[in-house]
Design a protein around this ligand. Sequence first.
Ligand SMILES: [Zn+2]
Length: 650
Amino acid sequence: MFNKKMIIGVFLLFIMVVSGCGQRNAEPGKKVLILGFDGMDLERTKVMMDAGELPNFAKLRDMGGFSPLATTIPPQSPVAWATFSTGLNPGEHNIFDFLRRDPDTYFPALSMADVKEPKRKLGIGRWSIPLSSPEIKNFREGVPFWKVLSDHGIPVSVLRVPVNFPPDECGHQLSGMGTPDMLGTMGTFSFFTNRPVDKTTETGGRIQEVEIRNNTVEAGIEGPNNPYKKGEVKLTVPFKVYMDPASETIELRLQDQSLFLKRGDWSRWVKVRFEFMPMMNATGIVRFYLKEIEPYFELYMSPINIDPKNPALPVSYPSGYSKELAKEGGPFYTQGIAEDTWALNQKRLDDESFLKQSEIVFEETLRNFHHEWRDFHSGLLISYFSSTDPLQHMFYRYTDPECPGYDAEKAKRYGSVIPDTYKKMDRVLGEVLSAMDKDMTLIVVSDHGFAPFRRAVHVNRWLVEKGYMVLKGPSLQESGEFFDNVDWEKTRAYAIGLNGIYLNMAGREKNGIVQQEEADALKAELIRGLEAVVDPDNGKKMVNKVYRGDQAYSGQYAGNAPDLVVGYTRGYRGSWQTALGAAPKVLVEDNLKAWSGDHCIDPALVPGILLSNKKIMNKTNPSLMDIAPTVLNEFHMAPLPAMTGKDVLE
Ligand SMILES: [Zn+2]
């Protein structure tokens, strides 16, 4: 009845990007290599270089230059890398935070990309056939500099740069942060156990209670909804585990695969095939980690990654490019934020297994980089390395005795994780330095620095205490996530995301009450109040500076910006509850999570770094806005009119 090819062509899980300008120019010519190290901190890099611990960074500094690199307001990776890519301020590229909010509902949503189901579907019995293409949208606006180069015939390869999903259609692109897993989330792990678990406090993952019968566990991997079925019908793939407690080993059987795992082992990538119609399926890939067999069975499964060999969504351009990479180096994490920080926060992974997983991510990233570096003859190559960011987030507590989660004993083992990660990046740089020829321009960039995250600030509580936010019922009552208990008719300001505060504007927000003519005075009042607020437990200032959105940003999307952006002092950060619009009872509390380092504070306190084999011009005070014009100039091309940065290399 239906042409199967047509159906495949329009189906959400079968988007094939038509291969276009994937040709590589083998002619030798101008080369620019950019290595991006997320969150490499200026001070730490300096100290380690001076101590001789980063010999290759020091070598590059002496060859050309080393400079602080001003980050964005706020210093969050999606915002910063979008500025890096486009040379635009957030008011022009439209990424202001990890989360944006819908003024019609006050609900948060992810800010980077969106995958919407096809608009037109045809219902036949219990089937529902998509007739139009699904919408996959990168919210990043503006033109990245690699697109400009590619349009001028210069070969470009862009690996894992954040906020590049779906990837730009030019050269070779592997998408990065912002790429979802098969469930459409930023990464949802699963945890199979027979240990009694309080599911109500679980976030970031799915706990599945299992039973053990005759040393056998039967469970299922819950995949995406079947878009071919009416209503929400989850695709589930069953698997079986045969346990041998004596040898602390399991055999896991899944579809036609079988693998053996010892306690403490990470599995190889395992293919999971979801069948949504006879003969039609989509595959994802997962890794298992066997945490425990006795007294309780505990099996972690990674988020279901889009299979690079058979991608259900466009993780690369051209679509065959991820296959090429996987064919050569094996499958790899395609999910944008691959290190499972949340599983460690929730204690589903421990320090050791998280470290191992981070190592896997790094090795896979390195393999992808080698694939390009080996044949890099001309044009632009960018390779983004994530490791420095998640490892600083999670292991800061072992380097900071003032951190509430500090443990002197464990610090002996894990205190070196962060410096070791920096040294690892130094080795990547060393490889490049030893093989590079003289006409290559090398640029090393980090998007922001790092700081301890000791105390979590509940900004909505402050708004409640000062009367800017009003809760239903008695005034000191709490509010749960998504402004559960907020009386919008009386609320003038609300905080959501990691740094943002919005006024409840009449005509903009659904139940807005703040009139245009009151807005200026209200912003000024909030800034005065927030900049004066101190931690009631120790009298320390918690906020360094509050930025006004209408002054910090300009451009066509500036209206989407938060009205105020809070720049915390070192040691403080907006709480996770604040990010989701909750107002707990207290103003500030100890951060006891493993996630103990952060950078979402005042951008002036966490600059990134810039190094190059070319001299960095004096007194240019480089910022992320300058990278795009600098690279274009290396190829003798003028910056686009919207780019306001400057070339910073001599
Ligand atoms: Zn980070």
